[in-house]
Ligand binder design. Structure first.
Ligand code: SF4
Length: 407
């Protein structure tokens, strides 16, 4: 039978890894909204809307119609090198490369998994900061998981990125260039199964997207705006995850962009969530679920609840029941739960739930009337969880280059 809610909790403590830049070996990551670096990435075409691009070209003495040509090359042909744009005069190449198309992301390493259907890339940014993206091919869709920050200030103790602390926010163009590169990879047949097109983007890589709000909303516009303004992707195929920045969830609901909201909940009770997700000290589970429900009401988009199943920590049946009760209390049919077996950080105390515990957890949710599906763990053999590849690469514990850098 199920264990009772009074059962003593297992110890919750951070990993034994000090955060990046720590001066003391016992240092622990702390919740932070302040980036360690303040430098801004060079301005780029993808930071601007159509009017902004035209204005820059006009100021440079070029006809504004060139803005549409450059934008079409970038967003429809996924070309970022002016020298390879046949409709742009050679005399413009250098100036345009400098002012509108500086190189923002450079591939450091690229790893394949799942028989070539998953590719994980580590990118170096202009200032040496590193971020990851993961491209995953499924039978009905191809999804890119992008990073929105270098590192993360949310300090979740089970997460490799959380141990690094926040290095800095990415610019809109640094996010969008990860997507452009993925579009090009799909078209060029980099994934097993031949050429395809990128259909979905999820903001579930490094960083807390809603802590970099303005930039992420700018990126959402570039993703959904039709060419030449943006990629023209369906908002319904875009997911923004959050660990629970309640005011930003409410703000996003007001943007009138029907993207899917994914809430990384990981515990239905404040008692455990206060330790697992430090931001819970500011916004409690009840407030977070109310905001998520509000998002559903404002957008009509069913909210995803992400729940990393951690052995003996949050995977008890009574917690599944509590989660079902909390969700049902706010209405029916507005939410979908995605339990995902934890992909552990090397050297940490955290590990994935047993298959038996996972099945029992899912069964209890479904019996409670909650739509539930186990998320697959793509790329778990290639430092798959966010931050693991960057950490491993920085520490030199893993340095496998499977393909030559290609822009
Ligand atoms: S789990 Fe997400 S929000 Fe938490 S530290 Fe990791 S990247 Fe940041």
């Amino acid at each position: 039978m199920d264990s009772s809610p009074q059962r003593p909790r297992r110890e919750v403590r951070p990993t034994d890894q000090p955060p990046e830049g720590a001066t003391h070996k016992n240092a622990r990551p702390v919740l932070s909204f302040t980036a360690k670096r303040r430098g801004k990435a060079p301005s780029h075409l993808a930071d601007l809307d159509g009017a902004g691009r035209k204005r820059i070209l006009k100021d440079m003495g070029f006809p504004p119609f060139r803005a549409d040509q450059l934008s079409r090359q970038y967003f429809a042909h996924f070309e970022a090198d002016p020298a390879r744009m046949s409709d742009i005069p050679a005399g413009m190449h250098e100036a345009v490369a400098h002012a509108l198309l500086p190189r923002l992301v450079t591939k450091v390493v690229s790893l394949e998994a799942d028989g070539g259907r998953t590719i994980k890339d580590l990118w170096r940014l202009y200032d040496g900061a590193q971020v990851e993206s993961v491209l995953m091919r499924y039978p009905q869709r191809t999804t890119l998981c992008v990073s929105s920050q270098a590192g993360c200030g949310m300090a979740c103790p089970f997460c490799a990125t959380g141990q690094m602390g926040l290095t800095r926010n990415l610019s809109t163009a640094e996010i969008i260039d990860q997507v452009r590169a993925a579009h090009a990879s799909c078209r060029d047949g980099a994934l097993a199964g031949g050429p395809t097109s990128l259909s979905n983007v999820v903001f579930m890589g490094m960083g807390e997207p809603l802590a970099n709000y303005k930039t992420v909303v700018g990126a959402l516009h570039r993703l959904v705006d039709p060419a030449p303004e943006g990629f023209g992707m369906s908002a319904r195929n875009i997911t923004v995850s959050t660990v629970g920045l309640v005011p930003a969830i409410r703000k996003l609901a007001g943007e009138r962009m029907p993207v899917t909201l994914a809430v990384s909940l990981h515990a239905p009770d404040d008692d455990l969530r206060d330790d697992l997700i430090p931001i819970n000290s500011r916004w409690k589970v009840g407030e977070l679920l109310d905001a998520a429900r509000g998002y559903f009401l404002a957008t009509g988009r069913r909210v995803s609840i992400e729940y990393a199943l951690i052995k003996d920590m949050n995977d008890q049946e009574w917690r599944a029941q509590l989660l079902a009760d909390e969700l049902n209390r706010r209405g029916h049919g507005w939410v979908h739960v995605n339990p995902i077996p934890l992909n552990p950080t090397p050297g940490s105390i955290w590990t994935a739930s047993t298959r038996r515990a996972q099945d029992a957890f899912v069964r209890r949710l479904r019996e409670g009337g909650i739509a539930t599906s186990i998320r697959d763990t793509r790329g778990s053999d290639i430092d798959g969880a966010c931050g693991q590849l960057a950490t491993a690469h920085a520490e030199g514990t893993r340095c496998v280059s499977l393909r030559k850098e290609k822009r």
